[in-house]
Design a protein. Structure first.
Length: 367
């Protein structure tokens, strides 16, 4: 991977800013911008081909996460993907869903909204910045219909062993639903190997794409079992006023026309990620984040992220004696990062450099 060429050709923002904030939103990417401009020119020529391009985008994302194209569909964002799944599950009164207190609200509200159906929401408390398997085991029983968890936690960067979580869910006849927005693109994802049932992901973070475009994976053998509660013209293979026939693929979970502009931009980003290589991206991301973690440890800073290497992702969070003041100082020094409830969140991607990590550590050392 030629990082300097990537920075020069694709991410010119790196010339003026140290961008450590992809966990919030992606940096401007030339490939994405060019794809959107090209789509607008095609629109001028009355040659949008929006549906064909959306299908191609879904195929690209499916390849990125190890799914087959018929198991993937377009969604406007992660929240809609998760809500689509929550509504499709055939709950009975007395069933429960297991979530945790580290989740972004996007992965809580879809399940909370099932309470009128008689569904109990069970909350597992995170420990050491992560959801621990033994804590999940205590919360799950044979009335559990779903465990919903982030592949990577948004506040702490904890990378969960979703394969172990899936095995636990399946032992009890439950589904594993995964919010993948902080993982897909920055880490190598293989939904088949992990055994997850559903995996939802928006385009505007680690996929380096746009708001308004996202994706949903549904395990193949579940597609015929679970029908969407809300459906539209994109869900249906054959129209009928009494009983429309749904598509036989995950496309049945699509609703209406997507944002074609966002979709073509995100597709360009996913193609770029595939060309660079998910394995190479993950290796670089983990190398940079471990370098930063080790540096923080050397400085004696309070690290919020898990200490276990196997839980490392591109996100490392920490706090100081005056976290807000430290954050303001870093922003004044042209570091682009986020202040979150858990502390200062630093998110490193493949276009970042060791020199940027060391410069951040050097500034913190002067605190």
């Amino acid at each position: 991977m030629n990082v300097e060429k990537i920075r020069e050709d694709l991410f010119p923002v790196t010339k003026t800013t140290t961008f450590f904030d992809i966990a919030n939103h992606s940096p401007p990417c030339v490939a994405v911008q060019e794809a959107i401009r090209g789509y607008l020119l095609d629109w001028d020529r009355l040659d949008r081909r929006g549906d064909a391009r959306t299908e191609e985008a879904v195929e690209c994302w499916a390849k990125l996460v190890g799914a087959s194209p018929d198991e993937a569909c377009s969604q406007p964002n992660t929240s809609q993907g998760l809500a689509t799944v929550a509504e499709a599950i055939r709950f009975e009164e007395g069933d429960n869903v297991v979530v945790n207190d580290l989740e972004n609200p996007a992965n809580l509200y879809p399940w909370m909204s099932q309470r009128p159906r008689g569904v109990e929401i069970r909350m597992v408390r995170g420990r050491g910045g992560a959801v621990r398997l033994d804590d999940l085991e205590k919360a799950v029983d044979d009335k559990t219909r779903a465990i919903s968890v982030s592949h990577v936690e948004w506040l702490t960067g904890a990378r969960h062993d979703i394969r172990a979580f899936a095995e636990l869910a399946h032992e009890h006849g439950a589904y594993l639903v995964v919010d993948g927005i902080q993982a897909a693109g920055g880490l190598k994802v293989d939904v088949k190997r992990a055994g997850v049932d559903f995996y939802a992901c928006g385009g505007y973070k680690w996929l380096v794409g746009c708001s308004g475009a996202g994706f949903l994976y549904v395990r193949k053998d579940l597609i015929t079992d679970l029908d969407p509660v809300q459906f539209g013209y994109r869900s249906v293979e054959e129209h009928d006023m009494e009983r429309p026939r749904f598509k036989s693929s995950a496309k049945k979970y699509e609703l209406g026309e997507p944002s074609y502009l966002s979709t073509v931009g995100t597709m360009a980003a996913v193609k770029m990620l595939l060309e660079i290589g998910p394995g190479a991206i993950e290796a670089r991301v983990l190398r940079l984040s471990q370098r930063f973690y080790d540096g923080l440890e050397h400085l004696g800073v309070n690290i919020v992220s898990p200490k276990e290497r196997e839980m490392r992702s591109g996100v490392v969070s920490f706090s100081t004696k005056d976290t807000e003041a430290t954050y303001k100082k870093l922003r004044a020094d042209n570091f682009y990062l986020s202040l979150r409830p858990a502390g200062i969140r630093v998110a490193m991607d493949f276009y970042n450099t060791e020199e940027e990590v060391d410069r951040l550590l050097s500034v913190l050392a002067r605190e």
